[in-house]
Design a protein around this ligand. Structure first.
Ligand SMILES: *[C@@H]1O[C@H](CO)[C@@H](O)[C@H](O)[C@H]1NC(C)=O
Ligand SMILES: *[C@@H]1O[C@H](CO)[C@@H](O)[C@H](O)[C@H]1NC(C)=O
Ligand SMILES: *[C@@H]1O[C@H](CO)[C@@H](O)[C@H](O)[C@H]1NC(C)=O
Ligand SMILES: *[C@@H]1O[C@H](CO)[C@@H](O)[C@H](O)[C@H]1NC(C)=O
Length: 421
């Protein structure tokens, strides 16, 4: 009886641990048990393809061992990403299924096909059951050789994810010779204007934030550009009336100091830091429903509308609404009614402006300024983030795997108790 409370704590912490997992599998963790695939695994992380894998079901990851992978690794990251995308097949194959393909040959859809970059059927792979028990792989592009073969099965979680080793990458025509996008040569202004974000582009230029974006580009940058319609909505404060420091923070809030394509944003479980993050949070949360990704600032929400450019380390996305950080707009229309009408932002943005690419703050570091600046302001502005958090945790998508996980934990706990007795 005396051991009960600690065990209960253990049980609770086990449940808490499983509650923090947002998906059924974690490819990074699965592959970490196999040193042969460490290079492959590291590239899945660098290209964020791991997030794409973790948020999908019914797929097969064809892995390459370190020797095969190192030959590929001399190519630019954008090329490696495309090649690896072609090894992630949106269908479940195990040893048995590979050897029982109807008519001996089939085309299968890969993650590369979903990027929209694939020409013709270049996003499909040809899987052919060759004579003598061998299985060959090649691009579905006409005339492609089947120069990769199945070597062994690595790990399966039927019928969610299967990991199988093949001998060589599957190369679609032109894939390896694609020029590496030179990030420093991307004209952000022209790219944003062409994507229908003229107002945003001109604000970036006039405020000088464009330079901050450019400086951050090499190390990874994701731009969340509101389109011109977004700036015309009545709830958006007039940018012409903003103080410079405020405008700078607002614009920096629309970029992340990392390469985070939609697939990676989808996988975010906690607050996402932005270029504006520093002493104050300037973060937002992400909610997903199917393929739709919604950013929630605590004040307003916006859908990710389109992908303008996705070339690691730069990603440019458009959003339907201007993202209003609660640090600047605690009293914006959508937020809960506030007891004290404090005149907009606290003085601190001025101090933050000179250091745009601040480190991601620990949650604890972000709270102290609030009470000193305006104690009454702290709770209303914190509140929306908390409620968004609990909404996210109980959303329908996640509820089912969580229950299953909890049931599993309870089951193993019961067995453990029985063993003890
Ligand atoms: C497969 O995925 C579903 C949905 O995420 C999950 O409920 C199920 O437990 C998974 N199966 C296994 C064996 O992990
Ligand atoms: C997956 O596992 C890796 C390594 O164990 C860990 O660092 C990462 O946070 C996990 N990802 C998710 C989404 O849980
Ligand atoms: C796969 O490739 C082989 C060899 O090029 C070819 O004979 C076969 O028809 C292809 N399979 C499909 C389904 O296109
Ligand atoms: C970038 O594009 C803008 C708008 O098209 C143009 O005015 C500017 O000169 C370009 N900058 C460079 C460095 O080419």
């Amino acid at each position: 009886m005396a051991i009960k409370p600690p065990l209960l704590l253990l049980l609770l912490s086990l449940i808490a641990t499983s509650a923090s997992l947002s998906s059924a599998h974690n490819i990074t963790e699965m592959l970490s048990a196999f040193p042969d695939y460490s290079l492959y695994n590291s590239y899945l992380t660098q290209t964020k393809l791991c997030d794409e894998i973790n948020t999908r079901q019914t797929l097969t990851v064809f892995v390459l061992n370190n020797a095969a992978m190192s030959a590929l690794a001399k190519h630019p990251l954008s090329v490696v990403k495309n090649v690896l995308s072609l090894l992630i097949v949106l269908d479940y194959f195990d040893n048995q299924k590979l050897h029982s393909i109807t008519d001996g040959s089939m085309l299968s859809t890969t993650l590369y096909q979903t990027t929209g970059d694939a020409k013709g059927n270049f996003g499909f792979v040809n899987i052919t059951d060759l004579k003598g028990g061998k299985v060959g792989f090649g691009s579905a592009a006409p005339g492609s050789p089947l120069d990769s073969t199945y070597t062994k099965s690595v790990k399966q979680v039927p019928y969610n994810i299967s990991v199988m080793e093949i001998s060589a990458p599957i190369i679609a025509p032109g894939l390896l010779s694609a020029p590496a996008p030179s990030v420093s040569q991307v004209n952000l202004t022209a790219t944003l204007e062409k994507a229908g974000c003229k107002i945003f582009a001109s604000l970036l230029a006039s405020s000088g934030v464009l330079k901050n974006y450019q400086d951050a580009m090499d190390k990874g940058l994701t731009i969340l550009a509101p389109n011109d319609e977004a700036f015309k909505k009545p709830e958006v404060p007039d940018t012409a009336g903003m103080r410079v420091a405020q405008l700078v923070s607002l614009l920096e809030y629309h970029a992340l100091p990392s390469y985070s394509p939609p697939g990676a944003l989808k996988a975010a479980t906690g607050p996402v830091s932005t270029l504006a993050s520093g002493v104050r949070k300037f973060a937002f949360r992400v909610a997903t429903s199917g393929d739709e990704v919604t950013l929630d600032t605590g004040v307003d929400k916006s859908r990710i509308a389109s992908t303008v450019l996705d070339d690691a380390p730069l990603c440019i996305l458009t959003v339907d609404n201007v993202l209003l950080p609660e640090e600047l707009f605690p009293h914006a229309p959508a937020s809960a009614p506030s007891p004290v009408p404090v005149s907009a932002p606290a003085p601190s943005p001025v101090a933050e402006a000179p250091s745009p690419v601040a480190e991601v703050p620990a949650p604890a570091a972000a709270s102290p300024p609030a009470p000193t600046a305006a104690g009454s302001e702290a709770s209303p502005s914190e509140a929306p983030a908390e409620s968004a958090d609990s909404k996210g945790a109980s959303s329908g998508d996640k509820a089912r795997p969580l229950c299953t996980a909890a049931a599993l934990v309870f089951g193993s706990f019961a067995c453990f108790l029985l063993l003890l007795l």
